[in-house]
Design a protein around this ligand. Structure first.
Ligand code: ACO
Length: 382
């Protein structure tokens, strides 16, 4: 996982908006969130999270066959954030694509990757949820901007002998609620009208919070039970539920409706807020780091959000090295050398272009065109 260092507290927000730490904590459970710096885009946070996941699983970038990125805040409509991450990882044999399912995107992506592995079409995949929600906030809309934060989480999936990994998934959508929350893009008629509730702006998020709240509390229980039924796993055998981190009250309502102790739900929204597609993988990684998941444990992921979409997965977690991680220094060095090589290649291309500029006989000069390589200075991949 990777979260930006910059912290924005409720008190910081209260200094610029008519709100208070008490209101935000009581209504959402959120105390602070992380905000990306200028050079930290969705791809930058995503590649940092992916490198960490490869390090933990001790997998080399060229072993990766597929990179799926769930995000609502990509750098571009195309090229995909996934392709940028593929480049910076040096994952030379991987296909890469972005997936749009808002806060459910990570669970959707996990299912796509798991199905590709089960079919035998690929062996190893990385699934990443990464967001820079701070860039799409309307910072005047106090009922929405207080909720969101930036970050990324990643997992590696690999074919194996044991009956484990993603056991079942339930994916759902109800597009009749498409106008309850969203981020209008260029093709949207929404940015040319007012609906009386929101003034909708290009690339700025709007949300009818109350409606989304009701929808979320309605679908969580049925979705979790359906995915458990599909995988023949009992609720009592589930070690942890990792829900989308939207609002503490939604998680509490889910625990009550499933008749489960709240401490079996992973929550970290007090520190990160709602990081949309990144919230589930970040919470999952933190639960692993805290030792809350052991080899063979059943866990359930549940996401919900714009679309409307919702999705749940039952997972049997197997730890790559249950006997204790043996750090393979050689592979670690290979990974690092690979990342350094990617950065060198990028610099080399830039030098070549600079040399071309000096050539007085060149028919076309690089400065006659937009130079995409200049952006490499912008992205802070380190
Ligand atoms: N500070 C102070 N007062 C506020 C704030 C604020 N930041 N925001 C709203 N209020 C006020 C409202 O104006 C309203 O005042 P009024 O009664 O005088 O009109 C009052 O507080 C109550 O507002 P509600 O909207 O009813 O507050 P609610 O308890 O529903 O909380 C919230 C709002 C936090 C947005 C909640 O509805 C929520 O969490 N919804 C779910 C969001 C969610 O789950 N999103 C997930 C999907 S995200 C994705 O897919 C990208």
């Amino acid at each position: 996982m990777c979260v930006p260092e910059r912290v924005l507290t409720n008190d910081d927000l209260a200094a610029i908006l008519e709100t208070s730490d008490e209101w935000i904590k009581a209504r959402t459970g959120i105390k602070e969130r992380r905000i990306a710096d200028e050079g930290e885009t969705a791809a930058v946070l995503g590649v940092r999270a992916a490198r960490r996941a490869l390090e933990i699983t001790d997998i080399l970038p060229h072993q990766v066959d597929l990179i799926v990125v769930a995000t609502s805040t990509p750098e571009n409509i195309f090229p995909s954030t996934a392709s940028m991450i593929q480049h910076w990882l040096g994952a030379s044999k991987a296909g890469a694509f972005d997936l749009s399912a808002a806060c459910s995107g990570f669970v959707y992506g996990l299912d796509m990757a798991a199905q590709a592995i089960k079919s035998g079409s690929i062996d190893t995949a990385i699934v990443i949820g990464t967001e820079t929600m701070s860039r799409v906030m309307n910072w005047q809309d106090r009922s929405t901007c207080i909720l969101f934060g930036d970050g990324a989480g990643a997992v590696v999936l690999q074919a194996g002998e044991r009956k484990a990994g993603v056991l079942s998934t339930v994916l759902r959508s109800d597009g009749s609620g498409f106008d309850l929350l969203g981020i209008p893009a260029l093709g949207s008629p929404e940015i040319r009208s007012k609906d009386g509730l929101h003034e909708r702006r290009l690339h700025k998020m709007y949300m009818s919070g109350g409606e989304v709240f009701k929808f979320a509390t309605r679908v969580i229980k049925s979705s979790v039970l359906e995915s458990l039924h599909k995988s023949h796993v009992k609720l009592s055998d589930v070690k942890l539920i990792v829900p989308h981190q939207a609002n503490k009250r939604i998680i509490q309502a889910a625990a009550r409706s499933l008749n489960m102790d709240e401490d079996r739900f992973v929550t970290n929204l007090e520190r990160y807020g709602n990081t949309s597609a990144a919230s589930i993988p970040i919470a999952l990684v933190e639960a692993l780091e805290e030792g809350r998941v052991n080899d063979g444990d059943y866990i359930v992921l549940i996401g919900f959000g714009g679309g409307l979409t919702w999705a749940s997965s039952v997972i049997r977690w197997v730890i790559p090295h249950p006997e204790g991680r043996v750090v393979n220094r050689y592979r670690e060095q290979r990974r690092r050398a690979g990342y350094a090589l990617v950065s060198l290649r990028t610099r080399w291309k830039r030098w070549l272009k600079a040399l071309q500029r000096l050539n007085p006989f060149a028919r076309f000069r690089p400065e006659d065109f937009d130079d995409p390589d200049e952006f490499d200075d912008y992205y802070d991949v380190s």
